[in-house]
Design a protein around this ligand. Structure first.
Ligand SMILES: Cc1cc2nc3c(=O)[nH]c(=O)nc-3n(C[C@H](O)[C@H](O)[C@H](O)COP(=O)(O)OP(=O)(O)OC[C@H]3O[C@@H](n4cnc5c(N)ncnc54)[C@H](O)[C@@H]3O)c2cc1C
Length: 352
């Protein structure tokens, strides 16, 4: 086995740069190693936390009592209409490979950091596209039975920033994802902000290369690409998801988004802009709870992100997130839901 034991901690392995160590942190580079290690952990009773690129994880300062497995498996098997990609492949690199081969459908999801294996976990989405639209199947290892199987999209229970993997976090390890391929050189622009940057109308078709460039530009302006020269990008991206509420309780003035077609609540419910709710609860970009002693702040470029520009702690991140959620609740009676995965830590209870 060529597994590698890492002498490090979660703060070094996550984009928000917080979190302590673990009993052991192990990097695996083949599917065989990954399966064997999960089986070994089960045998010795060591709890497992699977880590990809660490871009959607907040690790507690006390770390994780168990084995953190860093998935760095590689491999892409291309056929005419699908590609099977190993979980540890870098998502952004995959998009570039696909675009080079004439498969541009993934480009609206450019700039989302992390690995391929994490793409189905919260059903990543941006600019009107969700990855569930492009998944043929997900190869999984059941952590309980150690059986491997291939899950079809309908078995993955995909929804807005959710899936069976998010709902049952200790059940599966994603070994690989098979994406559907169809030649795509032009994309329907579905998102008004992207259309504005491109100078086109929503619904117009634009070259996938141009879409990718514009998405990266737009994301960069909001610190939504990981960039070592931009301290506001030391984050998990959005810290909260846009809440879904009954249409009649949407606060006046709050931007609303339709639910996806086919959602049974499509007519009666809407998604609200969590960023608007936060700002209108009095929390501005750049806000810090304790500026005199903590550098943790709301990103200066996006009110939905919490940034760790220096060497803040998970406890400070959690305190600020709890405050943001409390303020939104007090102003609007709406409970924000956390997007990233909190390892061994939790927001404080809402005061109702
Ligand atoms: C600047 C920035 C911008 C972002 N923008 C977006 C955005 O626009 N849209 C969006 O949807 N997300 C966004 N994100 C969130 C994040 O990038 C995605 O959720 C991404 O898919 C996480 O990938 P990862 O490999 O870093 O996963 P990690 O953070 O390592 O893990 C996330 C979760 O997935 C689990 N996991 C990871 N790999 C596996 C596996 N192989 N098997 C089983 N479980 C696994 C982990 O256990 C954890 O629960 C952003 C994050 C940042 C920092």
């Amino acid at each position: 086995m060529a597994i590698e034991f890492l002498d490090t901690q979660l703060s070094e392995l996550t984009t928000i740069r917080v979190g302590g160590g673990a009993d052991r942190i192990v990097r695996v580079t083949t599917e065989g190693e990954l399966v064997e290690l999960v089986a070994e952990c089960r045998q010795i009773g060591s709890p497992v936390f699977i880590l990809g690129g660490g871009s959607n994880v907040v690790g507690a300062d006390s770390g994780f009592a168990g084995t953190v497995i860093v998935v760095a498996t590689t491999g892409m098997q291309w056929s005419e209409d699908r590609v099977r990609v190993s979980a540890g492949e870098d998502w952004e690199e995959f998009i570039v490979h696909a675009l080079d081969r004439g498969f541009g459908a993934f480009t609206p999801l450019s700039g989302i950091p992390g690995t391929v294996g994490a793409t189905p976990i919260q059903n990543i989405g941006a600019y009107g596209v969700e990855i569930s639209d492009l998944i043929e199947s997900v190869s999984v290892l059941d952590r309980e039975t150690l059986y491997q199987s291939e899950l079809r999209p309908e078995q993955c229970e995909f929804g807005y920033r959710t899936s069976i993997f998010k709902k049952q976090p200790d059940r599966y390890v994603v070994l690989a994802v098979t994406y559907l391929l169809s030649p795509t050189v032009e994309i329907d622009v579905k998102y008004p902000q992207l259309a504005a940057v491109l100078g086109v109308a929503v619904g117009d078709r634009v070259s996938a290369t141009l879409v990718r460039d514009s998405v990266l530009q737009l994301r960069g302006s909001k610190s939504m690409v990981v960039d070592t020269s931009d301290a506001d990008s030391n984050s998990t991206g959005s810290f909260f998801i846009n809440p879904t509420v009954a249409r009649e309780v949407a606060p006046s003035g709050c931007p609303i988004y339709s639910l996806r077609m086919g959602d049974p609540r499509e007519d009666s419910h809407v998604k609200l802009s969590a960023a608007w709710l936060i700002e209108n609860a009095g929390i501005t970009k750049g806000f810090s709870l304790h500026p005199e002693k903590s550098t943790i702040r709301v990103s200066r470029n996006h009110s939905l992100a919490i940034a760790n520009p220096e060497s803040g702690s998970a406890a400070e991140v959690i305190e600020l997130a709890s405050h943001m959620r409390q303020k939104v609740y007090e102003h609007f009676g709406i409970e924000l839901e956390v997007e990233p995965v909190l390892v061994n830590c939790a927001l404080s209870d809402l005061t109702r």
